[in-house]
Design a protein around this ligand. Sequence first.
Ligand code: ZN
Length: 344
Amino acid sequence: MAFEPEFLDSALAAISSAGTLAELDRVRVHWLGRQGILSEAFRQLATLSGAERSAAGQGLNRARDAIEEAIRKRRESLESDDVQRQLARKRVDVTLPGRGVLPGALHPLTQARLLIENHFQGSGFTIATGPEIEDDFHNFTALNMGPDHPARAAHDTFYLDPGSILLRTHTSPVQVRALRRWGPPLRIMAPGRVYRRDSDLTHTPMFHQVEGLVVDREISWAEMTGLLSDFLHAFFTEGLKIRFRPSYFPFTEPSAEVDLECFFCAQKGCRVCKQSGWIEVLGCGLVHPEVFRQSGVDPGEWSGLAFGMGIERLAMLKYRIGDIRWFYDNDLRFLTPRPAASGS
Ligand SMILES: [Zn+2]
């Protein structure tokens, strides 16, 4: 059987209608493959006589060349379509507005903590840490709050194991741990999370405190008032009036609470200062001899001062934040850069 010319027409038709490279490859195998129609036609040449075979052979060679050429052209055209399609898919519209980059800022609580830390580090304090899951001894007993001490009731403690393991209610246990670990002299501050069962406008079950402790020979009340006045003037506003009001804490003796003149109303009386003209900002005192004894330090030889403050409280006053719970609401505005508020 000779290769019929109409075969060539249908081969060329199949090639030009191949819509994808895969389809074109199937057409190629069908016509030019080892089991393909052309190969079969070449094998049939053997059955022809001399003159016929020569003419048919030349016809087949021309047909094969024509098919190969048609496939090559079709492949080039399909490949370039493919590239065009990919380019179209990845086209960038340069006229669209840019996405913009939103600048962020440290959370106000972090800003306040860093301001406090930096100030006291400048006065020679180092940062100490302790566990948030504490035992009764470090959280209460060693701080002069024995098992029946009434001050324990005010702490609204979260107990993990009643009477022994708890979430620390203040950062003061770090004082005890630091004294027992390093001994005097000592100048440390301990920032960290503390936990109490409280929740309202000014209380959350978790909040942050910074504890400060200085232990040395002959630490005086005057040294403490100087240290804390310097800090408050640096953190809020230079020149604000400060008063030390006698108070009571089990772990200091004498003890004081520190008030700042109300800079919201210039002491005329407002909601923030509860009409008193003064804002309470921290607690302090000279370390109680019993705390020294529980920490293995001789109170006859050493003396110390301690102070503690709530970071939320200070940040609320400095940045004029009205509700403590806003700190934890994940409101993006809290992470927006802004000029630091001044206290006046
Ligand atoms: Zn006021």
